[in-house]
Design a protein around this ligand. Structure first.
Ligand code: SF4
Length: 422
């Protein structure tokens, strides 16, 4: 984007005193009006410094946050017209700094006391990377343990490249590792090391291993060959050959959008997204839905999956139409099946993209879970073992990168505070 266009976008910001974009909209509490003010004045380095006070993922959040539900959804400009393009401006600041080779996040004053402490961060996704960075900035000796052969977690193994360029991920990771963080790759918790061993070796542990197991729906036929988990498909990219095939994707969130668009690009003849509510209730971002439609993805709204059938592999899905009703105590419309509206369609694969749960190995860690099946944490991000902190999807952080990052940052602050008390 040209500098003139960026200036235009920055000048559109009213620098509101009440800062709803920041106070209400941004999970990380980024100082949005202030960084935009610096962009207006051409002080990109200062804008970057302001962003780095609250985040180490500006290039990423600027691109993939659900802005319409977060900062831009709270922007005063959006009441009568279009909101300020906050995401674009944030990504612009990061990209400009990368062009200038300013890769190292600015360190705060290091307190001598922290340099004696060793913290293990398990999981190198948005929560783990953020926790590691905020600890390392204060001088703590941090080691990240990552199960894959590269860092990034969901950023590298979950979000397709058409939504998030690899270059942005690499640049972001480089800025974080420049703080002097040790990394141990191909290290899976429970397989290559135990939590007990790590707990003994470090002063504190942060767990940010995500929750990337696709949730099951419990319908007949879910075990038939050709029924695949959306999260696992995106994580491991072990796709079958879709050429000439029809694929049903069940769900309405961003994983459903990412799966359907990836599968279409891999040559599927038809991709049908099956969602039990209406388009307006879809949790996926409007932009993602619009792009999926442009790419030829078909949407079957107000349709519920009843059954999957096939002899040796998936052959059909049975769907039922739904109507939406307002139920007492429910904040959003509830889908109810319309009797006798069942019908079948021929499909070759069914992708379950209805949400995710923690991986089974987490159950062996001996940590207490909350009622939603995530690892229970207190207000200090401590698990039932006070030496072990957790964040991100593992602890149920709303499934967005910004919330995961916030949990990593806040856990780091609590680790520092508790460390100081020792
Ligand atoms: Fe600028 Fe919108 Fe935030 Fe107001 S609410 S400061 S216009 S970005």
């Amino acid at each position: 984007m040209s500098l003139v266009k960026i200036e235009e976008k920055a000048n559109y910001c009213l620098h509101c005193k009440t800062k709803p974009c920041m106070q209400k909209g941004c999970p990380l509490g980024n100082q949005i009006p202030d960084f935009i003010q610096e962009v207006k004045e051409g002080n990109i380095e200062k804008a970057y410094e302001i962003l780095l006070e609250t985040t180490v993922l500006p290039g990423i959040c600027g691109r993939i946050c659900p802005h319409e539900k977060q900062c831009q959804g709270s922007c005063v400009r959006g009441i009568k017209g279009e909101p300020v393009s906050i995401g674009e401006l944030e990504a612009f600041v990061f990209d400009e700094m990368m062009k200038k080779g300013k890769q190292k996040p600015l360190s705060k004053t290091k307190e001598e006391i922290y340099s004696q402490y060793k913290v293990a961060v398990i999981g190198g996704g948005p929560a783990g990377l953020t926790c590691a960075a905020f600890l390392a900035r204060e001088g703590v000796q941090v080691t990240i343990y990552e199960k894959h052969n590269e860092l990034g977690g969901i950023l590298s193994h979950g979000i397709p490249e058409f939504r998030l360029p690899r270059e942005t991920i690499t640049q972001t990771i480089d800025t974080i590792l420049a703080l002097g963080i040790e990394v141990k790759l191909n290290q899976k918790l429970g397989k290559d090391f135990t939590l007990a061993k790590i707990e003994n070796e470090y002063d504190a542990v942060f767990l940010g291993i995500g929750a990337n197991q696709s949730a099951k729906m419990g319908v007949e036929g879910e075990k038939i060959k050709g029924v695949l988990g959306g999260n696992e498909l995106l994580e491991y990219q072990n796709h079958p050959n879709y050429e000439g095939k029809t694929v049903a994707v069940i769900g309405g969130g961003n994983v459903a959008m990412d799966c359907s668009r990836t599968i279409k690009r891999l040559g599927a003849k038809e991709v049908k997204v099956i969602y039990r509510r209406a388009e307006e209730q879809m949790p996926a971002e409007k932009k993602e839905i619009a792009e999926a439609k442009e790419e030829g993805i078909e949407f079957l709204f107000q349709n519920n999956l009843v059954k999957i059938s096939g002899k040796d592999k998936v052959e059909k899905v049975e769907l039922i139409k739904t109507k939406l009703i307002q139920k007492e105590g429910e904040s959003r419309l509830v889908p109810v099946n319309v009797e006798n509206s069942n019908y079948q369609i021929d499909v070759d694969y069914v992708i379950m993209a209805l949400g995710s749960t923690i991986e089974e190995e987490v159950l062996d860690l001996g940590l207490t879970l909350n009622k939603w099946g995530n690892v229970l944490i207190n207000e200090n991000y401590q698990t039932s073992n006070p030496k072990i902190y957790a964040g991100g999807d593992l602890a149920g952080m709303k499934g967005t990168v910004a919330w995961a990052a916030k949990s990593g940052r806040e856990a780091a602050k609590n680790i520092l505070a508790n460390t100081k008390k020792d």
